[in-house]
Design a binder for this molecule. Structure first.
Ligand SMILES: CSCC[C@H](NC=O)C(=O)N[C@@H](Cc1ccccc1)C(=O)O
Length: 628
């Protein structure tokens, strides 16, 4: 049994479908027209907010009065825009943008008052991201990654000339640098150096004049990550899994080399940004897939919760504090509450403004709710899952269900709003999103428990999710489908190959069929990540065979739909073609749809709608009884 935070098992019979006379299938158009948000930033005077949101069906940048009001569009592009940062004088907004989802980001600039967009980098072979502007506004710290290399480095970008000066020269493709905070009036840059699978990390201080980097914090196989610094550079807000294997938040004083930790919790606790006045920092606690925000006082470490409805509440943007440190921008969401940027007045804890992104028909009263459930897996390990329960279901063992494994594998299903889940659950499907071994949020031992065993123990944890659903008395074991994206697509493929009788239909989105062809064609950064999960292909050929769905697919029976972006650099399009060809050659039912101008995930509204419609039609066809 792999140790995880203590929590009770959920009796499957305790699951209950509520009655609701107003329940109805939520129109897919309403779900897809409900906007998302990729990034946010405060204006320099704290009077306005900038959001990267898809009001038009494209993720562009909008400016809105921070007290509320009608937004004004600042940029117009077919490409998704994110990573917003405002210059200290308030005149310029910097952001990042790629080309059709290829993740080769450039840094661009637009006047905050409106005007022409300038591409500062325009480098197809280099990814520039994570702009962090120096206090004088004359330099921008960025992360840079060559297309041909796995590692990410630190660099300085001159916003006027577009010239880039390298700050680090990382030699190991499994390590990535990212800027965290400017200190000492811009003389020092605090930066993180993180291992690709987030199992280890160090904090460094880089002297800008000399380029010399000094390691402040680090220990073997330990994750230590800074998230903010006081302006004078004396204290850092830090997250570490040192000692406990579980992330916990604290303060590190650089001068006296002294740690101070917040009260321990069995759950993952993460330090966030420090307020501009240096007096407090954000702390997010992730309790079994639900997140709460609190403010921690730097002097006393007293923690004050930010009062929000339970669900997934997260600080929004790299700097969620208003410049006067008096307000906090958060993104609040829950299974039946679509994501909503909300400004919190920190003195009163009250809501100062909200910015509804959802179509009004998405009424929490008629959106299916969720429960966090915990069940035992094959070896007794406790596995948690987000279960979304349709209204008005009868406990007669006839209902359809969908198992939805998440991506990563170092990721976690959270109890936030998902248009895809709401679409299925409002159409009568029980939807379960398990957090199998390998997921984040349950401690390092659990996160590492699928090393060189991808699609082994973690797949058994996913199969146990189906057993849990069936034991509730609601679900027909012959009417269960499986669908997921990326590593969730990999799990989908592994499931239909290794457990051919478990699922009656499958939809995999940009999933992995063969770790060897992945190695040959994926981006070098993802190659480094793959190595952290499986080791090197030349050294571990048997591991590569055993963990590739291609090895198991001969047994697959479930009809399979594959959906794939043309420009995906993580899971290249060849994977979807390979699985479809392999199944078709055996006479099995397999279809594939490719989306041009999309990468690892679908960002254009028409593709989001098309892919959701196809997923629903596929499962309705194979899992729901034919009309008589
Ligand atoms: C190097 S960043 C981490 C990779 C990221 N995982 C997030 O938790 C990711 O993109 N994973 C893919 C699947 C994948 C795994 C290994 C190699 C290539 C792709 C995903 O699930 O999104």
């Amino acid at each position: 049994e792999v140790p995880t935070p203590p929590r009770p098992l959920t009796p499957p019979q305790s699951i209950t479908s509520p009655e609701n006379a107003a329940a109805r299938p939520i129109p897919l158009e309403d779900l897809i027209s409900t906007r998302g948000m990729l990034s946010a930033a405060w204006s320099a005077d704290g009077r306005q907010l900038f959001f990267a949101t898809n009001l038009t069906g494209r993720y562009n940048i909008w400016r809105v009065d921070a007290a509320g009001g009608w937004p004004v569009q600042l940029t117009q592009s077919d490409e998704a825009q994110r990573g917003l940062a405002v210059s200290p004088d308030g005149s310029t907004l910097y952001f990042q943008q790629d080309h059709g989802g290829d993740e080769q980001y450039d840094i661009l600039a637009v006047p905050t008052a409106g005007g022409a967009v300038r591409n500062l980098t325009a480098t197809p072979e280099v990814r520039e991201s994570g702009a962090l502007i120096a206090p004088d506004g004359k330099t921008i710290a960025i992360s840079t990654k060559l297309r041909s290399q796995g590692q990410t480095n630190l660099a300085l970008l001159d916003p006027d000339s577009g010239k880039v000066r390298a700050l680090t020269a990382e030699a190991d493709p499994q390590w990535d640098w990212s800027p965290v905070a400017w200190t000492d009036q811009g003389r020092t840059l605090i930066a993180n150096r993180s291992f690709t699978d987030s199992s280890a990390g160090e904090v460094w201080a880089v002297d800008i004049a000399s380029g010399k980097a000094r390691r402040l914090l680090g220990a073997p196989k330990t994750r230590i990550e800074a998230s903010g610094a006081s302006g004078d550079g004396t204290v850092l807000s830090v997250t570490s899994n040192a000692g406990t294997g579980q992330d916990h938040a604290g303060i590190y004083s650089i001068k006296d080399k002294r740690w101070r930790w917040l009260a321990p919790t069995p759950w993952s606790q993460e330090a966030g940004a420090m307020a501009p006045d240096g007096k407090s920092f954000v702390v997010t606690t992730n309790t079994d897939g639900r997140t709460e925000i609190a403010l921690a006082d730097v002097a006393t470490l007293a923690v004050r919760p930010v009062p929000l409805q339970p669900g997934v509440n997260a600080p929004a943007g790299a700097v969620p504090f208003s410049p006067d440190s008096k307000r906090l921008l958060v993104l609040r969401s829950g299974a039946n509450a679509p994501g909503q940027p909300t400004v919190i007045d920190l003195a009163s804890g009250g809501v100062a403004a909200t910015f509804p992104l959802a179509v009004a028909s998405l009424d929490p009263a008629t959106l299916p709710g969720s429960a966090i459930v915990t069940y035992p897996s094959f070896d007794g390990t406790r596995i948690s899952a987000i279960l979304t329960i349709p209204f008005n279901a009868r406990r007669d063992g006839h209902n359809p269900a969908i198992v939805m494994p998440h991506g990563g594998p170092t990721g976690q299903a959270l109890d936030s709003f998902s248009g895809v889940v709401a679409a299925f659950a409002s159409r009568g499907y029980f939807v379960i999103q398990p957090n199998p071994r390998g997921s984040t949020g349950y401690g390092q031992a659990f996160q590492s428990a699928n090393y060189q065993d991808l699609g082994g123990g973690d797949l058994k944890d996913v199969l146990a999710a189906k057993d849990f659903l069936v034991s509730s008395g609601y679900v027909d074991p012959a009417r269960v489908g499986i669908t997921g994206g990326s590593y969730g697509g990999f799990m989908t493929l592994m499931a239909i190959g290794r457990a051919p009788d478990a699922f009656a239909a499958a939809v995999q989105m940009f999933g992995i069929i063969d770790w060897r062809t992945m190695w040959e064609h994926e981006d070098a950064g993802l190659q480094a990540y793959q190595k952290s999960l499986l080791g090197d292909p030349a050294t571990y050929p048997k591991v590569y065979d055993a963990t590739s769905p291609l090895t198991w697919l001969k047994a697959a029976k479930a009809p399979l739909l594959s959906l794939q972006g043309d420009n995906d650099i993580r899971v290249p399009r060849g994977q979807a073609q390979q699985v479809t060809d392999a199944l078709k050659a055996r006479g099995a039912t397999a279809e594939v749809v490719f989306y041009p101008g999309e990468g690892h995930g679908f960002y254009k509204r028409e593709n989001q709608l098309d892919s959701l419609r196809r997923r629903i039609e596929w499962f309705d066809r194979y899992l729901k009884p034919k009309a008589q």
